[in-house]
Design a protein around this ligand. Structure first.
Ligand code: OOG
Ligand code: NI
Length: 271
């Protein structure tokens, strides 16, 4: 698989459950913009069958290299970011994992059970990252149990291995003067932004400003019933130059901490 094939598949699967992404993408293109991606993010559990070391394999194979590390103590998450070694247009990849040993024994047992329910061969295929929720059951009772403890775990249970957001590189847009300007356009076009920690996360002094939509609602067939659950979101990132003149390449943990909440069920109103 080439980098472009991998990225197209990730986009297809993301767009299939995130109709707002295609709409925002098309709206900006109609304004004359050429969309570039800043980064894509993937989530997982730190169980050794599916941890970052497993998920990163396909990205390393197509030429990505490990760069930064990030810790999110209160959410019990750890993350790494990757940059492509040769293709400077390839988006960064952000992979996070839930630190199961810091979660309740109940949550640990659920995650262990769903992974046990899988054919173990799936964990060794490079396509794992394109495979969604590969486990057998999708119980609303289990979803609600997870949701009580970790929005991240509940989201993973429903959506599994896939891109949970794409991010528009705002530096590459011609028609906007600032991230605020882009946010205004997105809001005037009818979308709701994630306001946790403020609609713009980060500052020019931190060399990265980010904003994101709240995830779309998607119909999920649980064993018990069908319910609307937040799926994926679209992010916007504006990078500032470092003292050497080159744009900052990393992420800001305090901002990322709030960006994760773009898929939180607690922010969705179900009317
Ligand atoms: C990743 C959230 C962090 C960023 O740009 O800081 C992030 C996620 O929601 O899985 O993407
Ligand atoms: Ni992001």
């Amino acid at each position: 698989m080439t980098t472009n094939q991998l990225l197209s598949k990730l986009w297809e699967q993301y767009a299939a459950i995130t109709p707002s992404a295609t709409k925002i993408h098309d709206l900006l293109e109609k304004k004359g913009e050429q969309i570039k991606n800043d980064h894509i993010a993937i989530r997982t559990f730190n169980d050794q069958r599916v941890n970052i070391k497993v998920i990163e394999k396909l990205f390393l194979e197509v030429g990505y290299e490990e760069k930064g590390e990030y810790f999110f103590d209160s959410k019990k998450l750890f993350a790494k970011h990757y940059e492509h070694s040769t293709d400077k247009n390839a988006p960064r990849i952000f992979i996070s994992e839930l630190e199961l040993e810091n979660c309740s024994p109940e949550l640990q047992a659920i995650v262990n059970d769903i992974l046990d329910s899988c054919n173990p061969e799936i964990f060794n295929t490079p396509e794992l990252v394109l495979s969604g929720a590969v486990w057998k059951t999708k119980s609303l009772a289990v979803y609600n149990l997870l949701l009580d403890e970790s929005e991240y775990a509940a989201w993973m249970y429903v959506y599994g291995f896939r891109a949970n957001h794409f991010t528009i590189n705002a530096n590459a847009l011609k028609g906007f003067n600032s991230l605020q300007d882009l946010n205004n356009f997105i809001e005037h076009s009818g979308w709701t932004l994630n306001a946790s920690g403020g609609k713009i996360k980060g500052t020019p002094a931190q060399l990265l400003e980010q904003s994101s939509t709240l995830a779309d609602m998607h119909s999920v067939n649980f064993d018990e019933s069908t319910l609307q659950i937040p799926s994926c979101y679209y992010e916007f990132a504006l990078r500032y130059p470092m003292s050497n003149g080159e744009l900052y390449q990393g992420f800001i943990a305090a901002s990322a901490d709030k960006i994760f909440e773009s898929t939180d069920a607690k922010f969705m109103n179900n009317n």
